[in-house]
Write a protein that binds this ligand. Structure first.
Ligand code: NDP
Length: 309
């Protein structure tokens, strides 16, 4: 077993890196387990246009690399490994990583969220063969082909617009006629000549042949009528769910699995703090995650001081 650390940060998006930066500058010598795919969802995002301080925008991966570099400059120790489980039954807390146990007085959980799939008939077999949840990762495979995006939020509008770089046509399919997306993102998609918007449609089932995806049966939720759409690529952008499985139910979550804050950024377990999309049911922005990461690190510093640790 390791020495007892002041704080271990689990997860590495804007929340985790900002927590790491603040904890390092507070001389807490933080240790971070960043995950095998460090950087979180912004590593899968093309352009970030709404993070203050980048007047020309910045690529998501580039921004995460800069945040990481900034935190490391002040001494954040980062391991690109996944946490398997934690034991919060007694102090110091145990964090198990690849079979090795690490000890800490406090934890900051900033593991973010992962994409939700539709789970419609035929979906499982076509994952990676035409159906994806990441346009930035897979969009280039569909050069001059017709694709669809499912969803009505910022992610769906952003992905649809991004996909016009490659696809000959993008159909944006949404189950209602009101979009959750911000006006600027919606307008950008709606005005694009390569994008067709189909409202009041949801996927009933997927269609495929031996080469991969060929389309989907779309249903009108108002009357159950159906139509077929022919596409070789489909991008599901219907939201995300928080990543908390490794906590084994030891930290209180709400009915959708988001960690609940009890006092400032502290969770139901004394000394265990949480920040970013793993908590945030409402804003889910890079800037709000970064702000919450800062709050969590400051709360850890105060808590350790109060415990005389
Ligand atoms: P949202 O929760 O905002 O939107 C999800 C969309 O998917 C909704 O339109 C919803 O429909 C639809 N949906 C959900 N479940 C289903 C289903 N089973 N079948 C069909 N449609 C479904 O998620 P996003 O990922 O778009 O955005 C999450 C957060 O991230 C938001 O706060 C957003 O602002 C932010 N974001 C910001 C970006 C930026 O600013 N650059 C880019 C991307 C995301 P309905 O409307 O009917 O509920």
């Amino acid at each position: 077993m390791s020495e007892v650390r002041n704080v271990i940060i689990i997860g590495s998006g804007p929340a985790g890196y900002t927590a790491g930066l603040y904890a390092a500058r507070a001389m807490l010598e933080p240790l971070m387990f960043a995950g095998y795919l460090s950087g979180g969802q912004l590593m899968l995002t093309s352009d970030v246009e709404n993070f203050p301080g980048y007047p020309k925008g910045i690529g998501g991966p580039e921004m995460m690399m800069e945040l990481r570099e900034q935190a490391e400059r002040f001494g954040l120790e980062i391991h690109d490994k996944n946490v398997e489980s934690v034991d919060l039954s007694e102090q110091p807390y145990k964090v198990v990583v690849e079979g090795e146990t690490f000890l800490a007085h406090s934890l900051i959980v900033s593991t973010g969220a992962e994409s939700i799939w539709l789970n419609k008939p035929g979906e499982e077999a076509q994952k990676g063969r035409g159906i994806s949840t990441c346009a930035t990762c897979d969009g280039a495979f569909f050069r001059d082909e017709e694709v669809m995006v499912i969803g009505g939020g910022d992610s769906a509008c952003e992905e649809a617009t991004f996909l016009t770089r490659f696809a000959s046509k993008v159909t944006l399919v949404h189950r209602r006629d009101v979009f959750k997306a911000s006006t600027i993102m919606y307008e950008r998609a709606a005005k694009h000549e390569k994008i067709e918007i189909k409202t009041f449609r949801q996927v009933q089932s997927w269609l495929s042949d031996e080469k991969g995806l060929t389309g989907a049966v779309l249903e009108d939720p108002r009357d159950g009528s159906t139509e077929t759409i022919s596409v070789t690529g489909a991008f599901i952008a219907i939201g995300h769910k928080p990543i908390t499985g490794f906590l084994g139910g030891q930290v209180e979550t709400d009915s959708e699995g988001y960690i609940v804050h009890k006092k400032h950024t502290m969770t139901s377990v004394e000394g265990v703090f949480a920040a970013g999309d793993v908590v945030d049911t409402r804003y889910k922005q890079a800037i709000t995650a970064a702000g919450m990461g800062c709050q969590a690190a400051m709360d850890v510093e105060k808590w350790l001081e109060d415990q005389h640790l």
